[in-house]
Design a protein around this ligand. Structure first.
Ligand code: HEM
Ligand SMILES: N[C@@H](CC(=O)c1ccccc1NC=O)C(=O)O
Length: 267
């Protein structure tokens, strides 16, 4: 046997392609179901990379390495752009194509994506109700539970503001991290000072604009999702049990960094 990694490693073995490429199991014999599976698997791989970057970003903010965060958050927003573009590939699926295999999906739905919720939780959009869709003891459950109970990127950004000398109340700095975040006038006032005096606060200002890029890209992805869903299933109810398009429209106003949006009115 050849144990020397410089000659024994192959493209396929390095990337574990045997497993990756044998993980597509259409439940019907319809041609278009393969596209549906590949689109979703690709999206889960990108979400895995986004989670990897967001954890690093959170640790870097905690360590006051605000310049180093750029690379990671820029990568996240570029991946989000690719994910948004991939809706155009899915939109080649016509309503009739999709309805021919929709039944096999049962009650499964993107609503149950543990990694999607983990991204929301890492950014700061917390809703512990989503834990119940993950099986206790599964990797999805443990990742989501950890992100729920730890400070989000936005909580870490507030802590960084406090270390920089901004007075923030205890309900921001020592909150129960698992609770939904409530926008704070003191946080908005601190970021407003950063935006009004950018040369003094440049690293914080650049961090804020990188965070806005990520929030912006998330909203753009959500918007393209709802448009594509309306194009494919109209106003049918969702397999996951929601009203469908009206539910998805109600998520468009979700923001991970609300004060970075509200402060713009004051400038
Ligand atoms: C034919 C294509 C699709 C249709 C008709 C569709 C439809 C829906 C509907 C109706 C919901 C609301 C939950 C429910 O009741 O099921 C939903 C949620 C969701 N879908 Fe899709 N979807 C499609 C493709 C995708 C793709 C390709 C992705 C990811 C790349 C995705 C990710 C999600 C996520 C993450 C949610 C949860 C959103 C939230 O709660 O904020 N969906 N989808
Ligand atoms: N919620 C979709 C079904 C769906 O899209 C779906 C089903 C299984 C796995 C991933 C899915 N994608 C996103 O919701 C529907 O109502 O048709």
């Amino acid at each position: 046997m050849n144990d020397d990694p410089s000659t024994s490693l192959t493209y396929g073995s390095y990337l574990t392609l045997d497993q990756l490429l044998s993980a597509q199991h259409p439940s019907s014999d319809l041609h278009d179901e393969m596209l549906f599976i590949i689109i979703h698997q690709t999206k889960e791989l990108w979400l895995k990379q986004i989670i990897h970057e967001l954890k690093l970003s959170r640790d870097l903010i905690r360590a006051d390495k605000l310049i180093e965060v750029h690379k990671s958050l820029s990568r996240v927003s570029r991946i989000q752009a690719v994910m948004t573009l991939s809706w155009d590939v899915l939109a080649t699926l016509t309503p009739a194509d999709y309805m021919s295999f929709r039944d096999v999906l049962g009650t499964s739905s993107g609503f149950q994506s543990a990694q999607f919720r983990q991204v929301e939780f890492l950014l700061g959009i917390k809703d512990k109700a989503h834990l119940r869709y993950q099986e206790e003891g599964s990797e999805g459950h443990s990742g989501l539970s950890a992100a729920l109970h730890q400070p989000s990127l936005w909580d870490e950004a507030s802590a960084a503001l406090a270390r920089a000398g901004f007075a923030l109340p205890a309900e921001v700095l020592e909150r129960d991290w698992s609770r939904p975040y409530e926008p704070s006038p003191a946080v908005e006032a601190a970021w407003l000072e950063v935006y009004r005096n950018t040369s003094k606060w440049w690293p914080l200002y650049q961090l804020a604009e990188k965070l806005v890029d990520v929030d912006d890209a998330m909203a753009t992805w959500r918007h393209k999702h709802v448009i594509t869903v309306e194009r494919i299933i109209g106003f049918k109810r969702g397999t996951g049990g929601t009203a469908g398009v009206p539910y998805l429209q109600s998520t468009l106003s979700k923001r991970a960094f609300p004060e970075l949006w509200s402060l713009r009115t004051q400038i």
